[in-house]
Design a protein around this ligand. Structure first.
Ligand code: CAA
Length: 258
């Protein structure tokens, strides 16, 4: 697939980098961009050389939301039958970790997409918001659900009903983001974190991501049981033998992904 709306790069650190590339529209997430993103995520997920991914925009905007111009004239039946948002769901089936590197506007569908990633690294200029209320709608890709789980009901209500933005510092204080860095280095730091993850045992990384995500969907008892089974399962991997042998022999493990 030839990409028109994203720039894709595979780094030699085992990181797959996807940059949104609609700067004039503040990286508004058009259906075409989202289709390209899903294609690139699938390709990285299937590529043995890639262990983690970074999704980013540019300094001014991660993404200012779903493309309003592409939706403005749609009716309810169009939205229901075409359900463009359903196609965004692909990101939730990606097995490898994804880090969002966010600077500037991270609004509406952009904020929801960042929250669909596994971690968020923000620049000091990042602004998070769900301003759909200003358009006469509400978030449609998890804003009311994921934001509530991340920052709690009080702030989510203010963001969803009054269109309040959260600064990077506030987002950090409320646990929405992992780290905040100066704009000059936020992407570099996100890439470093992704490289660190890409250097770990791949099967354990993928199952670790799955187990943490289960905590949002299972009762504590079911989640603990799931975790224990996965823990047991990992003792069937060559990487568990290698990881523990390397610890005992005081050397660096050589992962095989087996
Ligand atoms: N969709 C389409 N185009 C957008 C856009 C969006 N979400 N956000 C910005 N743009 C475009 C603007 O139309 C403008 O294009 P033109 O130059 O052709 O007019 C260009 O990007 C620059 O934007 P502004 O001139 O508005 O820049 P600004 O600095 O004055 O304001 C902003 C920046 C506050 C982010 C403002 O652009 C804005 O409010 N954008 C919309 C944010 C929003 O409402 N997002 C939610 C979308 S709905 C959604 O995401 C649903 C969902 O849950 C999935």
């Amino acid at each position: 697939m030839e990409y028109q709306n994203i720039i894709v790069e595979t780094l030699d650190t085992g990181v797959g980098l996807i940059r949104f590339n609609r700067p004039k529209a503040l990286n508004a997430l058009s259906p075409e961009l989202m289709e390209e993103m899903a294609h690139a995520l699938a390709a990285f997920d299937a590529d043995e050389k890639v262990g983690a991914m970074v999704l980013t925009g540019n300094e001014r905007a991660f993404a200012a939301g779903a493309d309003i111009k592409a939706m403005a004239n749609a009716g309810m039946v169009d939205m229901l039958t075409n359900d463009i948002i359903a196609k965004w769901e692909y990101i939730h089936s990606v097995a490898k970790p994804i880090i969002a590197a966010v600077s500037g506007y991270c609004l509406g569908g952009g904020c929801e997409l960042a929250m669909s990633c596994d971690m968020i690294i923000a620049s000091e200029t990042a602004q998070f918001g769900q301003p759909e209320i200003n358009l006469g709608i509400i978030p449609g890709f998890g804003g009311t659900q994921r934001l509530t789980r991340a920052v709690g009901k009080a702030i989510t209500m203010e963001m969803v009903l009054a269109g309040r933005f959260l600064s990077a510092e506030e987002a950090l204080a409320h646990g929405l983001v992992n780290h905040v860095y100066p704009v000059e280095i936020y992407l570099e730091e996100a890439l470093k974190l992704a490289a660190k993850i890409a250097s770990q045992a791949p099967v354990a990384v993928r199952l670790g991501k799955e187990a943490v995500n289960k905590s949002f969907e299972m009762t504590l008892r079911e989640g603990l049981q799931f975790e224990r089974r996965v823990f047991h399962m990992l003792f069937a991997t060559e990487d568990q033998k290698e990881g523990m042998a390397a610890f005992v022999e005081k050397r660096k493990p050589q992962w095989k992904g087996r």
